[in-house]
Design a binder for this molecule. Structure first.
Ligand code: HPA
Length: 268
């Protein structure tokens, strides 16, 4: 089953017909929010708000391990992570980008399930951090939905919550990062450790610090405006991606009146 992790601007998925919500406990604590079980485009799907339903959990405080563990335990075999990012190069505000690589600049986050103790030492392959299969499905879904989705980008994951200095962005650019965001790691690594197919749809909400119209400063107002308009494209994209995910279980047919739209459901 496909799980969607919604980031800033996507704490609810209005296209998800909600069946039920469940607070899941994991050996790593509680996920960011109750998992939302429902249907997207007639297929069973899961939704999790990365920053909590009220958008109160900053990127460095997200319990990434609990989030991924809960999704896996509840049957997610693939995760499509929606994330807002700054554009360093080849990306301008409003663009949707499907990165193919990442560089991890984060530190101090609980970033692995293989944490020693009485476990064997485990190393995972992470040469290609995003699932090639799920990326291909996203690109096909974008084509069907006529949504412009840039194929490829290098996601630089930073701690935040502050934005970067212009010099930090210059360094990331020299490193080869084309996007900068605060949540891509350890999320992608943990998904790989659990054997979950993981891809990320990045919504470019601003030029990164020192670039384009962020030369003097990064405008929070612009970020809010771009987020709002871009998320409609993300919802449409997801609708077209879900039916293409291999092995997606078709939902039981039930009268539409038996389900509620996510947007109509109050926070728990
Ligand atoms: N930097 C880091 N994370 C972000 C940015 C940014 O400019 N924009 C959105 N998320």
């Amino acid at each position: 089953m496909l799980a969607i992790i919604g980031g800033t601007g996507l704490t609810r998925l209005s296209t998800l017909a909600v069946r039920h919500r469940e607070v899941i406990r994991t050996p790593y604590g509680e996920p960011s929010a109750a998992l939302v079980f429902g249907e997207l485009a007639g297929y069973r799907a899961l939704f999790l708000a990365r920053h909590g339903h009220g958008h109160t959990i900053p990127p460095h405080r997200v319990n990434y391990r609990a989030n991924l563990w809960a999704l896996k335990e509840q049957g997610a075999s693939a995760v499509l992570a929606v994330a807002s990012v700054g554009g360093i190069r080849d990306a301008i505000p409003g663009d949707l980008v499907l990165p193919h690589q990442l560089i991890d600049y984060t530190s101090g986050r609980a970033h692995t399930f293989f944490d020693g103790g009485d476990q064997q030492v485990v190393h995972i392959d992470f040469t290609h951090p995003y699932s090639q299969r799920l990326r291909a499905v996203c690109l096909a879904g974008a084509k069907r939905g006529r949504i412009a989705l840039r194929d490829g980008g290098v996601y630089g994951a930073v701690c935040g919550p502050r934005l970067e200095t212009a010099a930090e962005i210059d360094r990331m650019d020299r490193d080869g990062a084309t996007l900068v965001g605060m949540t891509g790691m350890p999320e992608a690594g943990l998904a790989r450790e659990l054997g979950i197919d993981y891809a990320s749809v990045c919504v470019v909400v601003n030029h990164a610090a020192g670039r384009g119209d962020s030369t003097a400063h990064v405008s929070m107002e612009q970020i809010a405006n771009v987020l709002e308009s871009a998320m409609d494209k993300v919802r449409t994209l997801i609708q077209h991606v879900v039916p293409l995910v291999p092995g997606e279980p078709r939902a039981r047919t039930q009268p539409v009146s038996a389900v509620t739209s996510e947007s109509a459901v109050d926070d728990p």
